[in-house]
Unconditional design. Structure first.
Length: 493
């Protein structure tokens, strides 16, 4: 079981005003079973009413009836549910009305209270309803529950199937009579009949329900969260709650660095930047030592000269928009010249890998794909702006901190022309198309906001910062992950 970590997405130390992750208290949770009659009575009284009165879509799976989840259950995208310590899958996304618990973090308020397969139907007396935003409703109720007036109590309406684990977990085959199964198969000619994958899956599922039928009950489970101060009107500035969340997150991250458990991957570099952002000398010293350790070799001076532009690498723009950009941010914040050779290598080669139109693809516009010439076309399906927007930020920031090279200067101009063409028109799209009719998707506006700020284009920077601010309502659009979405509130600042 994973341990509960209030900084599970480690950039939260920088985003405390925007995410209610907080600390926790391991008090005992209350649990009571709700009979169908009690549920009906509460519904009639309006206590379980959702935020919308829309009719439930017929195509939306109903987990309480055993409806199948599209695709393999264990491969669905899951969400951390803040300070509860729950991780869950949402059929229908945030606009659905059920959350299936996929895991419970050790040491969290939910440990020992909820379990794999539980279905959360509502919170604090409000039933989820299709068409609303479950994330926003749950987030609001967590904030309410953390207030002193509610004593940190968060009440979840939970549907539990006693046979879920037996039906969906691993089967114990030690006692299976293999010879009997072989005899059955030998006399069953239907085994050789071709059937569509969906039909075969339905048969297997039906067999599981025959063996382990639904045995359910509805519970109201109360979790004990830590009582925290209210957010101030100026949060995250001059805000006791934001400061407390930051301090808690920094303590968790600090312990991981002291224990030598941090690797130089996307998670680790964000943790390093979070400690640097605290401004505390002891935190900066921890990171300075870590940067010089084998774990952070991607930032070591030996990187300089290691990238051969005549030897293509896959998904290289993504590496630059994650690891290399974090290296630039670290140098900008600390002035630690130990990482300058690596930053110089990354910035120059990112500039050389830019396509002639000012964008980047999944990887660079390698000369091998363009007749031996630099700045040709992006391979694959063209511009991939979810990575390219932060490649732009990387080279603009490198230019600002003093990395000089003609390739960087030209690439910054091309990127400014390309990404700046969307100012006042809409969001950054996929590919080299017209502006997207949305405020954001996968954080594609965010690196551009920072890059234009470095270049003194205050109007463009403000435009994309405003788009990122409004994206608080839609920032989970697209198929990206938490790293992209965290950039939206960063850019909003």
């Amino acid at each position: 079981m994973k341990n509960f970590d209030p900084s599970f997405v480690n950039g939260l130390a920088l985003l405390a005003c925007l995410f209610s992750v907080g600390s926790w208290s391991l008090g005992h949770a209350d649990e009571r079973t709700l009979t169908p009659e009690q549920m009906e009575k509460l519904a009639k009284a309006g206590e379980l009413a959702g935020e919308t009165g829309s009719q439930r879509p017929t195509k939306l799976p109903d987990l309480t009836k055993g409806d199948p989840i599209i695709g393999e259950r264990l491969k669905q995208h899951t969400w951390h549910l803040g300070p509860t310590g729950l991780i869950g899958y949402m059929p229908g996304g945030l606009q659905g009305d059920q959350i299936e618990v996929t895991s419970v973090l050790a040491g969290s308020p939910a440990e020992g209270k909820l379990q794999w397969g539980d279905v959360i139907l509502g919170v604090n007396g409000t039933r989820f309803s299709a068409g609303q935003n479950m994330g926003m409703l749950l987030g609001k109720q967590i904030i309410e529950s953390e207030r002193a007036a509610t004593n940190g109590l968060l009440k979840l309406i939970v549907w539990r199937d006693a046979n879920f684990s037996a039906r969906n977990g691993r089967k114990d085959i030690a006692g299976v009579d293999i010879d009997k199964l072989i005899d059955q198969a030998a006399s069953d000619a239907s085994l050789y009949d071709w059937k569509p994958k969906e039909e075969r899956a339905k048969e297997v599922r039906g067999d599981n329900f025959d063996e382990f039928p639904i045995d359910s009950k509805t519970l109201e489970i109360t979790l004990q969260l830590e009582v925290l101060p209210d957010y101030s009107d100026s949060s995250p500035y001059d805000c006791p709650k934001a400061e407390r969340i930051r301090e808690d997150a920094w303590q968790v991250i600090e312990k991981q660095f002291q224990a030598g458990k941090v690797r130089a991957d996307r998670r680790g570099t964000i943790m390093a930047l979070a400690l640097v952002a605290s401004g505390k000398p002891e935190h900066r010293e921890l990171v300075r030592q870590w940067v010089r350790s084998p774990a952070a070799r991607a930032w070591h001076p030996s990187v300089e000269g290691s990238i051969d532009m005549m030897q293509p690498r896959g998904y290289f723009s993504w590496f630059m928009s994650f690891d290399a950009l974090d290296c630039a941010l670290y140098y900008d914040a600390t002035g630690d010249e130990f990482v300058l050779p690596a930053l110089r290598e990354y910035a120059i080669k990112t500039a050389m890998g830019q396509a002639g139109g000012g964008s980047w693809g999944h990887t660079f516009a390698w000369p091998a794909f363009n007749g031996g010439e630099l700045h040709g076309m992006n391979p694959g399906y063209g511009a991939l702006n979810a990575a390219g927007n932060r490649c732009f930020f990387l080279i603009a920031l490198a230019q600002k901190v003093g990395v000089k090279h003609p390739e960087i200067d030209l690439a910054v101009k091309r990127a400014h022309h390309f990404f700046g063409s969307y100012v006042d028109k809409g969001g950054i799209p996929y590919g080299m198309h017209g502006a997207a009719a949305t405020d954001d998707s996968n954080g594609k506006n965010t690196g551009v906001a920072f890059a234009l700020k470095q270049l003194g284009d205050d109007h463009g920077a403000k435009y994309f910062a405003q788009m990122s601010t409004h994206a608080s309502f839609t920032r989970r659009a697209g198929h990206g992950n938490d790293y992209f979405w965290h950039w939206s509130p960063w850019a909003a600042t």
